[in-house]
Design a protein around this ligand. Structure first.
Ligand SMILES: Cc1cc2nc3c(=O)[nH]c(=O)nc-3n(C[C@H](O)[C@H](O)[C@H](O)COP(=O)(O)OP(=O)(O)OC[C@H]3O[C@@H](n4cnc5c(N)ncnc54)[C@H](O)[C@@H]3O)c2cc1C
Length: 413
């Protein structure tokens, strides 16, 4: 058999192209439903070079934690997840600050910080244990041909091509999504000319606060800096720099890098004393013009690739997955690729996606150094005292704005 031969025809109800954070979460949400799911992933979780479940950590919103709990994933990762009780927002060199407090929101943490590779391991274990999910990895989706009753998807696996017929194709292959483009779905792509530099930093004395673990979002003239609590005395940082200087910052010796972090963040937590390995991610905004096509649904970064400033990308994508799974569960005996279901998916998800894209992109524009600084500080102060403003932001940050899915409410599908 030579590469490129079509060797077999097989059928499934839902074929998920991409088993990263969102594609794998969707598959787990479909586990146990009367649908045959095939997930095709280029790089299995746990392999070197896996782009989604890499050394990064993710700030999970409260709604994501609820969804993962309903899916049965949470018990496997709970002991490794660090809670966020409060979020402190400030701007370097200006007077306005604001604090979003979990206690004002019912005492439950606002969210959690979890290593991507741990989430990946738990999701992949759950998929492997599920009799209605077929995992094809390492394998790639190489092409799609249309038909009224099913799509013919070409899957390349170990030098062999297989054509799988599916009633619904879910595009979950990430922000650059060649598949989305091949299906004729255009996307707005706007580079931010910024790079996120991520890693871990230890704080002398532990940076302890009696009111519970705090996450920090600090806007600096050169880009935002986030510090997320990752355990006693340890924080994850996401430092954004202009692309032109990012490489030099990345290569700074540890002492120079610690000095830069300290200068940008100040001494609110004490002295930064050790920094781990650093990774970098070029940043851009990607927004698909549509999240459906005939027999196709687009989820996660393939639908919306965001700046990580507010830690919303996976949280938003997980809500896409939860909504799509709920619609499929409601129609399992019927056709999961039927136009009415896809129209419901788009109508449900578009408002949330638009809101989060606008909010995230707006933050980057608002704190752009070329814009009016004093008004921003006033904005943060007013935000602190304006009735309703903080609860609104808190609900959005926790992913609890808009129509909620069954999974977020703790109801299995
Ligand atoms: C620095 C940084 C920090 C972040 N922090 C947060 C945070 O704190 N909170 C948060 O919610 N989000 C955060 N995000 C965003 C989050 O990482 C993404 O939103 C999330 O990874 C999107 O998952 P996805 O599955 O849609 O896409 P991806 O993670 O891009 O996964 C796509 C998958 O598809 C596979 N693939 C690609 N092409 C094919 C093909 N042809 N066939 C088969 N498989 C294919 C890839 O191998 C990959 O596994 C952050 C992002 C960055 C860059």
């Amino acid at each position: 058999m030579t590469a490129g031969d079509a060797v077999a025809e097989a059928d499934c109800d839902v074929l998920i192209a991409g088993g990263g954070m969102v594609g794998a979460s969707l598959a787990v949400a479909l586990a146990g439903l009367p649908v045959r799911v095939t997930l095709v992933e280029a790089v299995p979780a746990g392999s070197p070079g896996q782009p989604s479940f890499d050394a990064r950590t993710t700030a999970l919103s409260r709604s994501s934690q609820h969804i993962l709990a309903t899916l049965g994933i949470w018990p496997a990762v709970r002991s490794e997840a660090a809670p966020i009780q409060r979020i402190h927002v400030s701007e370097r060199g200006r007077f306005g600050t604001t604090v979003i407090d979990g206690d004002e929101e019912g005492g439950e943490p606002l969210g959690y910080v979890l290593e991507n590779r741990l989430l990946g391991a738990a999701l992949w274990r759950a998929m492997s244990d599920s009799p209605n999910i077929t995992l094809r990895s390492p394998a790639t989706v190489a092409g799609v041909a249309g038909a009224d009753d099913a799509l013919a998807v070409t899957v390349e696996e170990r030098g062999t091509s297989t054509v799988l017929r599916t009633r619904l194709l879910v595009v979950a292959d990430g922000a650059r999504s060649p598949l989305r483009a091949s299906l004729g779905i255009a996307a707005r792509v706007r580079p931010y000319d910024q790079v996120a530099i991520v890693g871990n930093v230890a704080v002398h004395g532990g940076g302890h606060d009696d009111r519970g673990p705090m996450a920090y979002e600090r806007f600096t003239p050169d880009g935002p800096l986030a510090l997320l609590p990752a355990g006693p005395g340890r924080y994850v940082f996401v430092l954004t720099r202009k692309a032109a200087v990012a490489e030099a910052v990345l290569r700074l010796p540890d002492a120079g890098f610690l000095q830069l972090l300290q200068q940008e963040f100040g001494y609110r937590l004490g002295r930064f004393e050790r920094v781990g390995g650093r990774g970098s991610y070029p940043l851009e905004l990607v927004e698909a013009d549509a999240v459906t096509a005939p027999r196709v649904a687009v989820v996660g970064n393939a639908a919306h690739g965001l700046h990580p400033v507010a830690g919303q990308g996976y949280n938003l994508g997980l809500r896409d997955a939860a909504a799509l799974a709920e619609l499929i569960a409601g129609t399992a005996v019927a056709d999961p690729g039927r136009p009415e279901l896809l129209a419901d998916y788009a109508a449900w998800r578009r408002p949330d996606q638009r809101r989060v894209v606008t909010f995230t992109d707006g933050l980057i524009r608002l704190f752009d150094r070329t814009r009016l600084g004093p008004l921003r500080s006033l904005g943060l102060l007013l935000f602190d005292i304006a009735p309703g403003a903080k609860p609104f932001l808190a609900r959005e940050t926790m992913g609890l704005g808009g129509r909620q899915t069954r999974l977020v409410r703790g109801l299995p599908l």
